[in-house]
Design a protein around this ligand. Structure first.
Ligand SMILES: NC(=O)c1ccc[n+]([C@@H]2O[C@H](COP(=O)([O-])OP(=O)(O)OC[C@H]3O[C@@H](n4cnc5c(N)ncnc54)[C@H](OP(=O)(O)O)[C@@H]3O)[C@@H](O)[C@H]2O)c1
Length: 246
């Protein structure tokens, strides 16, 4: 199985890679901004799955030309089965309100950069006529909330973007999968956990993600309970919603 994982140092992505490598020999390309951190993830995967081949690539996640070249190189030798786009960054909302540079980088890393990778790899999957492109969005993209609307707006963009890709590839063997996790126990939610929040286990979230990608589900929440919760959140009348401290 040929896999490309963008943002491979993410805890969620790393756990997905472990599951893939555990069940079959994989040919993996781990893509990250930090080569040495990605190499540590690669080393661990090689030990867990000696039959797998794990390579590492690093680049600037906003460099459109470099991203295009990476996708071409990755698809040159053989078709890619799965591309997982996993990177993201959740700053303190208040800090992103107060610091326009942080506001911009939050939108860039959570919206612009995933779109560049998705477009570059979609072109390669289109050329091969098959493959699955999975993107990690978030429940935060479902409705703008004062607690995280800068990050949330970028994740909302990901949902519209994935929807458009799904429309584009509807009559093909290219599958587009949008994953919407709720709070998950990774470095991203360290502050939430310190405040007493109880995020889902990253192992369980990764298992559900791998299952959803296997089934080529167009959109799913992990854990699944977030589906009905976000249905309610999306549909609350504004007059009620605006009174909530969320
Ligand atoms: N954890 C949650 O509660 C939760 C909930 C909903 C959605 N998500 C989404 O799930 C995905 C994975 O998150 P995670 O929880 O596994 O988080 P994580 O462990 O904190 O990983 C974040 C990843 O994003 C990368 N990244 C951050 N800023 C970057 C930048 N400017 N350029 C390039 N890469 C950058 C990090 O690279 P470095 O390792 O180099 O820092 C790391 O690979 C993200 O898209 C996140 O938004 C997470």
């Amino acid at each position: 199985m040929r896999l490309v994982v963008i943002g491979a140092t993410s805890a969620i992505a790393e756990h997905c890679c472990r599951l893939w490598a555990q069940r079959t020999a994989c040919d993996m390309l781990l893509v990250a901004r930090d080569a040495s951190k990605a190499e540590r993830v690669a080393q661990d995967l090689r030990v867990r799955s000696p039959a797998s081949t794990v390579a590492v690539a690093s680049l600037d996640f906003l460099d459109a030309a470099a991203i295009g070249r990476l996708a071409e190189r990755a698809a040159a030798s053989a078709p890619i089965d799965i591309v997982l786009i996993a990177h993201g960054s959740l700053p303190e909302q208040r800090m992103a309100e107060a610091d326009l540079a942080l506001c911009r980088s939050t939108v860039e890393v959570n919206a612009v950069s995933p779109a560049l990778f998705a477009e570059a790899f979609a072109a390669q999957l289109a050329r091969a006529g098959r493959g699955t492109l999975a993107i990690i969005g978030s429940v935060a993209g479902d409705r703008g909330r004062k607690a995280n609307y800068i990050y949330g707006a970028a994740k909302g963009f990901i949902e519209r973007y994935a929807e458009g890709l799904q429309h584009r590839f509807a009559d093909s063997r290219v599958a587009i999968v949008l994953i919407k996790p709720g709070p998950t126990d990774t470095p991203m939610t360290a502050t939430l956990k310190a405040r007493g929040g109880r995020p889902a286990s990253v192992e369980k979230v990764a298992q559900a993600i791998v299952r959803g990608i296997d089934a080529k589900r167009p959109l799913f929440y992990v854990p699944a309970r977030w589906g009905p919760i976000m249905f309610v959140v999306r549909n609350l009348p504004r007059v009620v919603f605006n009174r909530l401290n969320i």
